[in-house]
Design a protein around this ligand. Structure first.
Ligand code: SF4
Ligand code: SF4
Length: 56
């Protein structure tokens, strides 16, 4: 299962730069994870300041 970003995202951008496979991009109201690219490493969840990212 890929990681997912909840509506707690404040669009700080920290997660996108840390993803080793470039699976995170900026959406209209929050950042989004491409489930087909995510390798479940957990790095993004560890850097998110609001705890918006969790394993789906
Ligand atoms: S869990 Fe890892 S691969 Fe998946 S979106 Fe987060 S940083 Fe990228
Ligand atoms: S690190 Fe968290 S708050 Fe920042 S853009 Fe990513 S999901 Fe949103």
């Amino acid at each position: 299962m890929a990681y997912v970003i909840s509506d707690s995202c404040v669009m700080c951008g920290s997660c996108a730069g840390e993803c080793p496979v470039g699976a995170i991009s900026q959406g209209d109201s929050q950042y989004e994870i491409d489930a087909s690219k995510c390798i479940d490493c957990g790095t993004c969840a560890n850097v998110c300041p609001t705890g918006a990212i969790s394993q789906g």
